[in-house]
Design a protein around this ligand. Sequence first.
Ligand code: GDP
Ligand code: IMO
Ligand code: MG
Length: 421
Amino acid sequence: MIDVILGLQWGDEGKGKIADYLTPNYDVVARFQGGPNAGHSLEFEGKKFVLNTIPSGIFGKTTINLIGNGVVIDPVRLQEEIGRIVGECPDYKERLLISQKAHLILPTHRILDAASESAKGDQKIGSTLRGIGPTYRDKIGRSGLRVGDILESDFTAKYQAIVTEHLKLIQFLGYTDFDLSSEEAKFYASLEFLKTHQLINSEYFINDCLQQGKKILAEGAQGSMLDVEFGSYPFVTSSNTLTGGVCTGLGVAPKHIGKVYGIFKAYCTRVGSGPFPTELDDETGEYIRQKGHEFGATTGRKRRTGWLDLVALKYTIMLNGVDELIMMKGDVLNGMETLNVATHYKIGDQETQQVPSNLCNASIEPTYLSFPGWSEKLTHVNGFDAMDNTFKSYVDYIENYLGKKISVISLGPQRDATVTR
Ligand code: GDP
Ligand code: IMO
Ligand code: MG
């Protein structure tokens, strides 16, 4: 079976930390979508890593890590990323597999991302500018280049043809702030580096693993509210971030999906533009940002902060078929006098527990339920039973509202600041 771990909010829920925490239970950890727009933080034994494309199982001593066909790979960034982890795992090449069907992010995809964002003026998506949207656009438009193409003799000709098209578009958008030749030199060097890795037919690999009864964990990137189908469109990323994406992003049939773990923060954050019904554009929001270090793991951008949104959470639990919940960062709320959670949306004079189909046009006023805060001393050290009763009633209420058990609680960035109930 393939278990799945994914974010239920707008990304940055703590997927990297939990995927790393769960790694000892699995033989294979696989990424199935997204690309270097992801920034997954891991902390253990006093060390800190941020992974973008490499699955978070890489620090498991024997774990195989697969970058699946649904992922988009920037070979330049992947090479840099490998440079950051190779000291910790010198044997990484034996444990890192890359799908030949994964699409390549070309230098002009990154330039196109910047060009189209700058053409959007105040309607910017707030893209990470990693070339994600343009690369998936070419994939769907049937003109992309894939990892396997770098092994073919006509790669350069194919590359030149697509770059010619990209440059026309970039010129049309009036964008000039780039130096393609230096980007291309780095790109070609990184392709040689990529060729020294295990580039495989990953759909056969993963199905063989399933047949042998191996345990696989699919690690999501971004969050369910950034899904291209069901997220806050158009302020979304360009991939299927939901459980459904695991099947197409790895080449496995739906019947192989096992347990689905949904991760959420005890509050909400979002980075980039787009609707955020429970946003706190005030001192409390700033307090949470500072205490929770809510700044992008790779881009350093300020994350917007807000109260926990149970309406959105119930929606994404439904979409993903979540079995168990994992709650992160409760420690960030330690010592707050009162906390709110949104239980309904008020749209006009109607109250609803459904996310409206066009989140961007709806003017939403959340209905909040207030809770007393818990003490400054809340920690994972003595287990769940020893935790503050006010924290336990917060957890109880969320479980009852969502109808799902919170099986793991994380109270710190380190691997061991985690309690399994
Ligand atoms: P991801 O993209 O879902 O992997 O999440 P990020 O790594 O982008 O952001 C999560 C941030 O919260 C990282 O800086 C983590 O180190 C940190 N973090 C994870 N879990 C906890 C927790 O329970 N408490 C606190 N205070 N920080 C946490
Ligand atoms: P992880 O995996 C949070 C957001 C961007 C932007 C929108 C589109 O670390 O949770 P893109 O670069 O994909 O075209 O940007 O999606 N976004 C993320 N926000 N965490 C992420 O990944 C994100 N990846 C993309 O900020 O609003
Ligand atoms: Mg992140």
